[in-house]
Design a protein around this ligand. Sequence first.
Ligand code: HEM
Length: 484
Amino acid sequence: MAASASVTGLVLAYWPFAIPALLILYLFSNRYQKGLRQVPGPFLNSLSTLPRIWSVYRGHHHLDDLQLHAKYGKVVRVGPNLVSIADTSEINQLYGITTKFVKSPFYDLASTYDEEGLVPDPFVLRKDKALHSRMKRNAANAYSLNGLIQFEPWVEPVLSRFIHHLDEYAYENKICNLGDRLKDFAMDAVCNLTFGTDFGYLEKGDELGFFNTMDLINNYMSLLGNVTWLHPFLLGNPSQLKNFSGSGNPPAEGDAMTFLSRLALNQTANPKTITDREIITHAFNNVAAGADTTAIALRAVIYYILKDEDVYARLCAEVRERLELPVKFQAAFQLPYLKAVIQEAMRMHPSVGQILGRIVPAGGATIGGYHVGGGTEVGMSPWVLHRDPAVYPNPDQFKPERWILGEACADEEHLRRMNRSFFSFGHGAHTCSGKHISIMEITKLIPTLLLRYDLEMAADSQYKFKNWWFTPQEGLRVKFTRRQ
Ligand code: HEM
């Protein structure tokens, strides 16, 4: 009794000192965890995540990260348990096909659940590498370059509708908020090629509220976690699959087909390899991961070509000399300057703006010369890798010729280095599944615009963006004039 009274007395007497003491202990335990003290970086960032959160919140942490790397080198501790790496030679260790590193818990925020539990989604599957590989393998032909030739016919009607809208702007001599219209295009295109139908974004805009929801979710990166109302509405209900797969006879191998038909054929050929639930997840992912990202890349291409008269003139000359409407992907994909322009725009403005976080396996790893303890989150940011002057000389300059051998690219080794550092689609085991799909959409759309119109950036265009996982731009306003 007397002892407990004296303990209470002590607590009462000293609690004003105990709280700051515990706080200091906590901050320093952050700093000294997992042997990370030797990794360079700002002192405050090693104590608390608050500076990092503040940097992310302000929407341009890629710029902060670039400054930190310029000051501290290739390996920087940007949070108590977060290390940013700007060293392409470590890319395979972190991201390669056989990497032991797993995705960070960041990706859990995008998890969805249904009555069977966690929905198996390649984007969020962190630890179950076997399931992740199986899912990727069994949809590989749908996402491959060959596969997308079969999807191309589904993009064409959407492109025609898009052109029809732009014709109205040209006819009425009105400035078009092209940035918004590109997002509608990308949404209808990816839906149409996936399901064989779309939600008429080009005509009705975001009536479903999907973009709004996605923007909200992106801001705190819980991609689908809280949209359980939307998931069944779109595809979460297996009965929706039949509605979207189209009617009539299923296509045969080699026919034009939608993404869903492709996976359904895979399932018919080998029923055990892919479940209905997995097919639905793949298809839903296309919408969640494929619309915004592709629109961002399209805006970047258009912004950079309109900013530079010489680039615009050279691209128009190539496209107008070698292509005709309707533009076919295979023909457009042969154009070296067009390809270089697209790659350079995606280098300058990656659609994903954050560090792609991975967890160091138990036992730790040596990265960029530092031993980093197991359980540490490490990762690379496309924005940082793409601004490395050792790989991309004058990295802030938009220069498509850097991708063309014999022009600004002197030799094959340098081209290989640049390609190795090109991180817009990630790398290795978790590399973007839909990269060919978005490249196909971009490669068709850009020459289509240049063949049909002369484009000019509007004087009131105020192109800007915030980086909250995705980097969507605002204020791309363009004037279209019909060509004779
Ligand atoms: C310009 C367009 C696009 C960009 C820049 C982009 C970027 C990325 C990046 C950086 C990742 C890797 C994330 C990580 O490792 O942490 C990723 C993953 C993914 N992307 Fe894309 N993406 C684009 C378009 C698309 C499209 C059109 C689709 C689907 C049709 C798609 C589906 C996916 C999926 C399913 C994953 C997860 C892959 C995995 O973890 O195994 N993306 N994307």
